[in-house]
Write a protein that binds this ligand. Structure first.
Ligand code: UD1
Ligand code: CA
Length: 466
């Protein structure tokens, strides 16, 4: 049986943030959620989160995850002190305790499985993950015999210059045989530079403690500063992009593209430079996204194109062409084969298939049928100053350039709206509606300052009906 403890009580002073360190996102998901996701294959009997600094915030951020036990560490007196908080919770427990730092978010679950396997095979009292770093500064150094039996772990700040030359570092990932750990855990002393109770001090008294080097040392990258947060993000991005390229996705210029872990992409999608895919986004085959686009929490159908555009919380169905310079948001649905062109904003708009909104429009809270043509500059006036109002437009209706559709409003199907109209009332099917002041004509007209004094040019103008 394996219980898990994630250490997440520290403030993360070096982040200089009011947000607890473990809640900082790395690629769309908080550090601690990444650590939790790595545990699913292990199926722990208990999962403890040691919380302290801003614990309410941490608990709130994780409340949607079942099966977590939050253990309070009221004062943060060190990683050893953090694990001491479990003594009452795990009374009589005969299994192993896997301890993870909440700020080491890139661990693969296969690495944890391997650690547990070695721990059991050798019947170790403790087994911990290590790596050899070219620049090990900041990490605790692990001192071993030639058989990888750990004799001591010394924090960077407590090391002599000679000890700092040791490139083998402690990853902060440990498996302890709990009945043995509790014989030494209560006796830790805080006789170190930080005057903290270090979990790492238990290894001196736990025999045998074995070190296992990780195959990919990037996995155990720990985050203490904003710079390391950015480095972790870069590592994660490389992993994600390698994965999608191997799965048949073309990334034209991978360095300029970012993709969240939560995104799902089908083969034969092409992602052009400077394009960012975020949140719960799915992209179906044959689509070409970018250059210069951001797509967040959206479902993109097959063979869609979207250039220089922003799409958030929306669905775009197969074959639609978006952009350049379009903005879709607020649960917009663009139907099959639609064309959404330059400087068009769609908010909470539902468009049937083959509908075009090609230039300079804002459609908000609007439902459009199939094969509608929205003329350049058509705007829904959807806000009456108090609440948002709806606009309905039937199939094959065409709005002329610069129409204003004042909601609440419905236009039937096969309606034509004259250019420049301000439409305020329902229009039935098959009508032409023209709602603008008629054109007036003033023959022989001159500006007032160019008129001879005797000329009466204020005569009634001729009105020409349409
Ligand atoms: C720790 C290890 C170090 C290792 C490094 C790997 C110790 C003494 N040192 O150092 O050997 O190389 O991790 O990343 O363990 N925390 C608590 N309660 C506390 C103190 C810390 O829950 O009282 C939590 C923090 O929130 C953090 C984790 O423990 O998630 C590690 O603490 P941190 O202060 O970052 O330890 P490091 O100095 O990185
Ligand atoms: Ca750390």
């Amino acid at each position: 049986m394996v219980a898990v403890a994630i250490l997440a009580a520290g403030r993360g002073t070096r982040m200089k943030s009011s947000l607890p360190k473990v809640l900082h996102p790395v690629g769309g998901m908080s550090m601690i959620e990444r650590v939790l996701d790595g545990l699913t294959v292990i199926q722990p009997s208990h999962t403890f989160i040691i919380v302290g600094f801003a614990q309410d915030q941490v608990q709130r951020a994780l409340k949607h995850r079942p099966g977590l036990t939050f253990v309070q560490q009221a004062e943060q007196l060190g990683t050893g002190h953090a694990v001491q908080q479990l003594l009452t919770h795990l009374e009589g427990f005969e299994g192993d305790l896997l301890v993870l730092n909440g700020d080491v978010p890139l661990l693969r679950s296969s690495t944890l499985e391997n650690l547990l396997t070695i721990h059991h095979q050798h019947r170790n009292a403790a087994t911990l993950l290590t790596a050899q770093f070219l620049d090990p500064s900041g990490y605790g150094r692990v001192f071993c015999t030639e058989q990888n039996i750990v004799t001591e772990i010394i924090e960077h700040r407590d090391c002599t210059p000679a000890q700092r030359q040791n490139p083998r570092i402690n990853a902060g990932v440990y498996c302890f045989h709990w009945p043995q750990l509790i014989t030494v855990l209560p006796h830790l002393r805080a006789d170190n530079d930080q005057q903290e109770y270090y979990l790492t001090d238990v290894v001196k008294d736990l025999h045998p403690t074995m070190a296992v080097d990780v195959a990919d040392s990037q996995e155990i990258f720990g985050i203490n500063s904003r710079k390391q947060l950015a480095q972790a993000y870069a590592i994660l991005q490389d992993r994600i992009k390698d994965f999608w390229m191997a799965a048949g996705v073309t990334l034209v210029d991978p360095d300029s593209i970012t993709i969240d872990t939560t995104v799902v992409i089908e083969p034969d999608v092409v992602i052009e430079p400077q394009t960012h895919l975020r949140g719960q986004t799915t992209i179906a085959t044959g689509s070409r996204l970018g250059p210069g686009s951001m797509i967040e929490n959206s479902q993109i159908g097959a063979h869609v194109t979207a250039s220089f555009s922003v799409i958030t919380d929306s669905t775009v169905e197969a074959g639609a062409r978006i952009g350049p310079y379009a903005h879709l948001r607020g649960e917009t649905l663009v139907g099959e084969g639609c064309r959404i062109g330059n400087f068009v904003e769609l908010k909470k708009a539902t468009l049937g298939s083959q509908t075009n909104v090609a230039h300079l429009s804002y459609l908000g809270d609007a439902t459009l049928g199939h094969q509608v043509n929205v003329g350049a500059g058509t705007i829904t006036a959807n806000y009456d100053g108090y609440r948002k109002q709806a606009t309905l437009i039937g199939d094959r209706t065409k709005t002329g350039a610069n129409s204003v559709l004042v909601a609440p409003l419905s236009l039937g199907s096969d309606v034509t709206v004259g250019a420049g109209s301000v439409v305020t009332r329902h229009v039935p099917d098959d009508c032409l509606v023209v709602a603008r002041s008629p054109q007036t004509l003033h023959p022989n007209w001159r500006p007032r300052h160019l008129r001879p004094p005797e000329t009466n040019s204020e005569a009634t103008p001729e009105v020409i009906p349409e």
